[in-house]
Ligand binder design. Structure first.
Ligand code: BGC
Length: 340
């Protein structure tokens, strides 16, 4: 009789255990980017890889182009779904703050990636140090244009996102030493992350300033858009493009010399680390996770400057890579290289 009771008890325990496993909620992390673009496809790759490594679910969303209401609506819908953590790249840090606060109040940890909202209740920022990277871009432009200086245009995808504003501020400080550089776009040309519009704006600028010497592309969209416009105007080499990011299109233009230099961010790492940090928060708790992170709550994913061969010698005092050195660096960092 005792034996039978023991067996029944064992069966019940096993049943309860398998029930608890079967019904334990799968961790679900949500990531919200800024636009449909190969740059964001790299972020998504990192997001998906982290989810696979951790055995959890991750959902990635981007609006078609810069769209602040769409980002807000997506946060609301992730809150309603009861996700375990949200990483967002706010196109407008002020507009996003109440939505971040709402998620946090419901116990959903929120972090920012790619572009920050430091005045909000976000817990951590993961991405580039945009002021310093913008300053590097400015210093590169100043050196490339040399003592003759010249007119420079700036094209961006946002006039509200912090990464755009910080890069432009850094760029202005970076070129400041070269008194002969005149920035002709005040405010910067803005395409709201619409690729077609970015090309049109660059084309118009070339017509307005036939003596333009440089173009600073703030977002991933802008460098290739400027290179395209410059190429079709037959002005490659006359107007130098310094920009951000290293999508396959950028790398092709670098190889051709139509982009002189670019500041490569690490979007794959931004995606990977965002999921990793939110997973830790969901499993170990927010405080325990924060304890292991830098006290300023910023994870700087780093940048690399990539230069087209003809321009490498003109740059002094800034570490630069050619295409092959850059490829090696990415692979050493465990970042997949695809399409170039
Ligand atoms: C920026 C992103 C932007 C992307 C595409 C990148 O340089 O960091 O914020 O969405 O370009 O325009």
């Amino acid at each position: 009789m005792r034996k039978v009771l023991l067996i029944i008890l064992l069966c019940l325990v096993t049943l309860a255990f398998s029930f608890s496993i079967g019904y334990s909620k799968e961790i679900h992390i949500a990531v919200i980017g800024k636009s449909v673009h190969p740059y964001w496809a790299e972020v998504e790759l990192g997001v998906k890889k982290a989810a696979q490594d951790l055995g959890i679910k991750a959902t990635f969303f981007v609006p078609q182009k810069e769209d602040i209401p769409a980002q807000l609506a997506q946060i609301e819908s992730f809150i309603a779904m009861g996700v375990d953590g949200i990483a967002v790249a706010p196109s407008d840090p002020t507009a996003i703050a109440p939505a971040i606060e709402k998620a946090m109040a419901k116990g959903i940890p929120v972090i920012t990636l790619d572009t920050d909202a430091p005045q909000s209740k976000r817990l951590v920022y993961i991405g580039t140090d945009n002021y310093s990277a913008g300053k590097t871009a400015g210093e590169v432009m100043a050196q490339l244009l040399g003592i003759r200086g010249g007119k420079v245009a700036i094209g961006t995808g946002s006039l509200t996102a912090m990464n755009s504003l910080e890069r432009m501020k850094g760029f202005m400080d970076g070129i400041a030493k070269n008194k002969r550089i005149v920035v002709v776009t005040k405010p910067a040309l803005c395409d709201f992350e619409d690729t077609g519009r970015a090309v049109t704006l660059a084309e118009q600028e070339l017509l307005t300033y036939p003596d333009l010497k440089g173009f600073f592309g703030v977002y991933a969209i802008n460098g290739p858009a400027a290179a395209k416009a410059i190429k079709s105007a037959g002005k490659t080499g006359q107007v130098l493009v310094v920009c951000f990011d290293t999508t396959p299109e950028h790398m092709q233009y670098i190889k051709e010399g139509a982009i002189a230099a670019t500041v490569g961010q690490r979007p794959y790492m931004m995606g990977y680390k965002s999921v990793e940090v939110l997973y830790k928060m969901a499993t170990n708790g927010v405080d325990a996770t924060l304890k292991d992170l830098p006290s300023n709550r910023i994870i700087d994913t780093g940048v690399d400057v990539v230069v087209a061969d003809p321009y490498a010698k003109a740059i002094k005092g800034i570490p630069v890579n050619n295409v092959e050195q850059y490829r090696k660096k990415l692979l050493d960092l465990g970042i997949p290289v695809e399409g170039w």
